[in-house]
Ligand binder design. Structure first.
Ligand SMILES: C[S@@+](CC[C@H](N)C(=O)[O-])C[C@H]1O[C@@H](n2cnc3c(N)ncnc32)[C@H](O)[C@@H]1O
Length: 276
């Protein structure tokens, strides 16, 4: 009997997880319909400019809104392309570089189900919450008691607010520059930072923001999740942050998914640190 109950419980868990996937995908679909295909607002001049200045053609395809299947069907309809013509009229084409300003569902499930511990009673802060993907996934796939998103762009705050009103009171959106929110960072048990500053601030502002983060994410034993690694983000800037005195990296197992279509390279960009 116990084997039967166990297997039934396992099936039940699977069912709950896939129900959450459906809710998550519905949120993405709803947001897709409210945004232009490039999922960027003209209010984010700096980010738009940085994408245009990139040496090779690059487009923003938001991985939360557009998973591979959606991208495939848009390509079939001719609404999106994975390649560009290097010499107009010829068959010479090259792959377009895609950049995403959000985590994909796969990355978010990896984050909440394999990277972070049980979050019962814990406070999560997503720095630069944009569309709210980290908040929605935290609500669906973790037991965190409060999930805060801090976003400096007013248009994205409005979108997140609208979705959250329908969904839950466990998620809160703060429209602010993170550098004005020391107490929120100080009380967080988990701080998530997915490519927050690089595309959105100039180098001087990035350095200042990282110094602020290092001064205020200080709760001993709390966790910091970054993409890319702290070493990589800070190496490009002139910052006064002593990593070895601030954090200790926790090694992650990136082999938890055996399926072939899992983007291991994307998972390997996710880094976890414990605050000393
Ligand atoms: C790459 S997106 C991350 C989206 C989301 N956290 C995720 O992982 O799906 C970074 C976001 O950070 C915001 N941002 C950049 N600098 C910020 C700052 N100093 N304070 C608050 N938000 C900031 C940008 O407007 C952008 O929407």
């Amino acid at each position: 009997l116990s084997a039967w109950v166990n297997s039934w419980m396992y099936d039940f868990d699977e069912l709950v997880v896939s129900n959450n996937d459906v809710v998550f995908r519905n949120i993405a679909e709803d947001l897709r319909n409210r945004l232009p295909i490039e999922a960027m607002f003209t209010s984010e001049h700096q980010a738009v400019q940085k994408i245009h200045q990139h040496p090779l053609p690059m487009i923003h395809v938001d991985a939360f809104l557009y998973d591979d299947d959606v991208v495939d069907s848009l390509c079939e309809e001719g609404k999106m392309s994975r390649s560009y013509c290097t010499q107009c009229g010829s068959y010479k084409t090259a792959s377009l570089e895609f950049i995403s300003h959000s985590f994909s569902l796969m990355e978010l499930k990896f984050l909440y189900q394999h990277v972070l511990p049980d979050l019962t009673g814990k406070v999560v802060v997503d720095v630069g919450s944009r569309l709210g993907a980290v908040l929605f996934a935290g609500y669906l796939y973790s037991s965190a008691s409060l999930l805060y998103g801090v976003e400096m762009n007013a248009d994205f705050c409005q979108l997140q607010e609208m979705m959250i009103t329908f969904l839950t009171t466990m998620c809160k959106v703060v429209h602010a520059d993170i550098c004005t929110q020391p107490s929120l960072l100080q009380k967080a048990d988990v701080v998530v930072m997915n490519n927050v500053f690089e595309y959105f601030l100039d180098r001087r502002e990035q350095a200042r923001a990282w110094e602020f983060i290092a001064c205020n994410v200080r709760k001993r034993g709390s966790l910091l999740v970054t993409v890319p690694s702290l070493e990589e983000s800070l190496s490009k800037l002139q910052v006064n942050v002593q990593l070895s005195q601030w954090v200790e990296e926790v090694q992650l197992n990136y082999d938890v998914y055996m399926e072939k279509d899992v983007d291991r390279e994307a998972l390997e960009q996710i880094h976890l640190y414990k605050i000393l």
